[in-house]
Design a protein around this ligand. Structure first.
Ligand SMILES: Cc1ncc(COP(=O)(O)O)c(C=O)c1O
Length: 396
């Protein structure tokens, strides 16, 4: 075994001892509501397909039609040979949805944050190292993009606009270009950043506000347009409420031109394939018609939060379709997920480093395909947990 391999083995062994090992296991996903594991059916509360669009006939039909008509691959980077006219038509739809002058399609949400932030925060272009203020709970891909740009993040307390303002005030006389990076809806907590306050702070300090709208686009905001109205630059993904895959940035025409020239993840990566574009296009067309689905999800989430809270579970500051059950200890989170599995409920334990130490949780994501009776079963399973000391909520 090469020396590096034995190091990797030791690292994996340590993770396993700490209850942090991750592994892949096979599932089947017959529809947006359920998942099959080992031949058994579970109600799926682990998927970010908040509108249940993965199986929507319009998305499937357009994906199929565009695959037949334009092929299943795009051949190369858009700058080399892949700039099908389809891209710009979809980008116009995204720009309209997000009320920005322009948009650019990227390969995935992770890749978008990683590559766009690297280009945006380039010290050589900006003339000085930018001052980058980030919510400490931002998604890994945003931290990754900052690291790739070589900037030192100044992390403000989660969702704390006063802390953000205080940190910016410390640099009030600095000439360095300023950026604020936040998610709109936080992926592991389901809470919403105080975007109106953050937007006002950005304007007061002449900072560029970048918002990752991944978990709001499609499911929240008027007509599903998300919660990013305050942002100068919006990054988001088609892989969650839009049911497919791929990502976008919505921004000024100038920034789009800059990214086409300087964003390595755009320049050096094969463009999204036509079937994926077909699904994106159909999902964007459907969004304005899905108010009833959005209201259904909001109602289910509201009821679930209230009743889980009454059972003694800590749902944190969630106000959206993402509802965590925060248990603290990693093993307790795994155990709660296993107990729910016994009741045919599929929900994943989320552990550090995805969430801060001591805040391990089971993350539940509600979607439009869920029924009231699914919430009944979930709550009944949680009520049973109160009888089991290893998974009972503190105080229950
Ligand atoms: C806030 C946030 N941004 C970006 C991503 C990455 O998006 P994608 O899954 O399209 O790579 C995720 C998904 O995990 C996310 O939660």
């Amino acid at each position: 075994m090469a020396a590096s391999e034995s190091r990797y083995r030791a690292h994996l062994d340590t993770r396993a001892k700490e209850g942090l090992a991750r592994a892949l296991f096979p599932v089947e996903m017959p529809d947006a509501r359920t998942v099959r594991v080992g031949g058994e059916t579970f109600v799926n509360f682990a998927s970010n397909d908040y509108l249940g669009l993965r199986f929507h006939p319009s998305l499937i039909e357009r994906a199929e039609a565009w695959g037949r008509r334009f092929g299943v691959g795009s051949g190369a980077s858009r700058l080399v040979t892949g700039n099908l006219t389809l891209f710009e038509a979809i980008e116009a739809k995204i720009a309209r949805l997000k009320q920005k002058p322009a948009a650019l399609i990227m390969a995935s949400g992770f890749q978008a944050n990683a590559a766009i932030l690297q280009a945006l925060l380039d010290e050589r272009v900006l003339g000085a190292e930018p001052l980058v203020l980030t919510d400490r709970l931002n998604h890994a891909s945003m931290h990754f993009g900052c690291a790739a740009a070589g900037v030192r993040e100044i992390r403000y307390r989660h969702g704390d606009a006063s802390h953000l303002e205080m940190l910016l005030a410390e640099h009030a006389s600095s000439e360095r270009p300023k950026f604020i990076l936040t998610e709109s809806v936080f992926s592991m907590d389901g809470d919403v950043a105080p975007l109106a306050e953050i937007g006002a702070i950005a304007r007061r300090h002449d900072a560029t506000l970048v918002v990752d709208d991944a978990h709001a686009t499609g499911i929240l905001g008027e007509g599903g347009r998300g919660l990013s109205d305050e942002a100068d630059i919006i990054i988001g993904t088609f892989s969650k409420a839009l049911g497919g895959f791929g990502a976008y940035v919505a921004c000024s025409a100038l920034l789009r031109e800059y990214l086409i020239n300087r964003c390595t993840g755009f320049v050096y990566s094969t463009a999204l394939p036509p079937p994926v574009l077909g699904a994106i296009d159909a999902a964007l067309d459907l969004l304005p018609t899905l108010d009833a689905e959005r209201a259904h999800v909001a109602n289910l989430a509201g009821r679930f939060r209230q009743e889980a809270g009454a059972l003694g579970f800590d749902t944190g500051a969630s106000t959206t379709q993402i509802v965590p059950l925060i248990v603290g200890d990693t093993k307790a989170a795994l155990s709660l997920s296993d107990t729910l599995r016994e009741a045919r409920i599929y929900a994943t334990a989320i552990r550090p480093p995805t969430v801060p130490k001591g805040t391990a949780r089971v993350r539940l994501a509600l979607n439009a395909a869920h029924r009231g009776s699914d919430i009944d079963s979930l709550l009944a399973a949680l009520a049973n947990c109160a009888a089991k000391p290893e998974v009972a909520p503190a105080g229950a």
